[in-house]
Design a binder for this molecule. Structure first.
Ligand SMILES: Nc1ncnc2c1ncn2[C@@H]1O[C@H](COP(=O)(O)OP(=O)(O)OP(=O)(O)O)[C@@H](O)[C@H]1O
Length: 257
């Protein structure tokens, strides 16, 4: 579905061009949930922006369904961490969710909005303004807006990074259900190791400078996953350990970003 071959990205820095990503090679299969991890500044957001055609690569090739990515491909939708600035405060929840499908006729648009709101559990709040909702609900509105477009690929950049632990866990489970229901291919950037292992079919860790894929790991934990039972499994703990090690943590060291 998505293929990244020998990708490199160079960006302007204070002292001249800086090579951020180099030789990045990976693929994401249709319907797969792949998380991208890496320490702060390793290039996760840059990689996601390039995959979504929001930023150009300096070298290499990216394809989506076999077609070269040179701008945002049809059916590839990005969800950002910053829900507050992604929603239009003067539009109701319903009209925010409809934002990406305004060209459709009204009955199709209404049906898709209803479906997307139901998937994120916000059917009852469709007439409200986003600023009246909690942070978790606002992020669900942003996800519903993406889902209403029926994306082939959902690119998510730390979508739950600003939420408290309980809200985050509940949105992770909702996203799991949505992924299962829709079969959407998801690339998910996070710095949260537990979140990545819990949600993913596979995860990749960016490392080095310039960064490339330092570790690619299958996550064969059974689905549906459960916040308590899955996280108590020995294989979950082993995967978590392996990822922390790849990120440079040592046993007994406190987690850092
Ligand atoms: N527009 C830009 N111009 C120049 N350098 C940039 C630009 N955007 C990002 N960078 C640099 O690219 C590097 C990677 O940034 P990026 O945001 O992709 O990392 P990240 O892994 O997502 O970080 P974080 O986890 O902190 O969000 C950083 O050194 C950053 O300073």
């Amino acid at each position: 579905m998505i293929s990244c071959d020998d990708l490199s990205v160079t960006l302007p820095g204070a002292n001249g061009p800086v090579n951020i990503l180099s030789g990045v090679r990976f693929t994401v299969d249709k319907g797969e949930f792949v998380s991208v991890l890496g320490t702060s500044g390793s290039g996760k957001t840059t990689l996601l922006r390039v995959l979504g055609g929001l930023q150009s690569a300096t070298g290499g090739r990216i394809t989506c369904d076999g077609v070269d990515v040179s701008g945002p491909p049809d059916g590839v939708v990005t969800v950002f961490q910053d829900y507050a600035h992604s929603l239009l405060p003067w539009r109701t929840v319903r009209r925010n969710v409809a934002l990406g499908i305004e060209k459709l006729d009204k009955s199709e648009r209404d049906a898709r909005v209803d479906e997307a709101l139901a998937m994120v559990g916000l059917s009852e709040r469709d007439g409200e303004y986003p600023w009246r909702l909690s942070g978790g609900m606002q992020q669900r509105v942003q996800i519903a807006r993406a889902l209403a477009m029926r994306p082939r690929v959902l690119l998510m950049d730390e979508p739950f990074g600003a939420l408290d632990a309980m809200t985050k866990a509940s949105l992770q489970d909702q996203l799991q259900q949505v992924a299962e229901l829709t079969g959407t291919t998801i690339v998910f950037v996070t710095h949260d190791v537990e979140e990545a292992v819990y949600l993913s079919d596979r995860l990749v860790v960016l490392s080095g400078s310039p960064a490339n894929i330092g570790l690619s790991l299958d996550v064969p934990l059974p689905r549906p996953r459960d916040q308590i039972a899955t996280k108590e499994r020995a294989d979950y703990l082993e995967l978590r350990h392996e990822v922390y090690s790849a990120l440079g943590h040592k046993v007994g060291e406190r987690a850092r970003g």
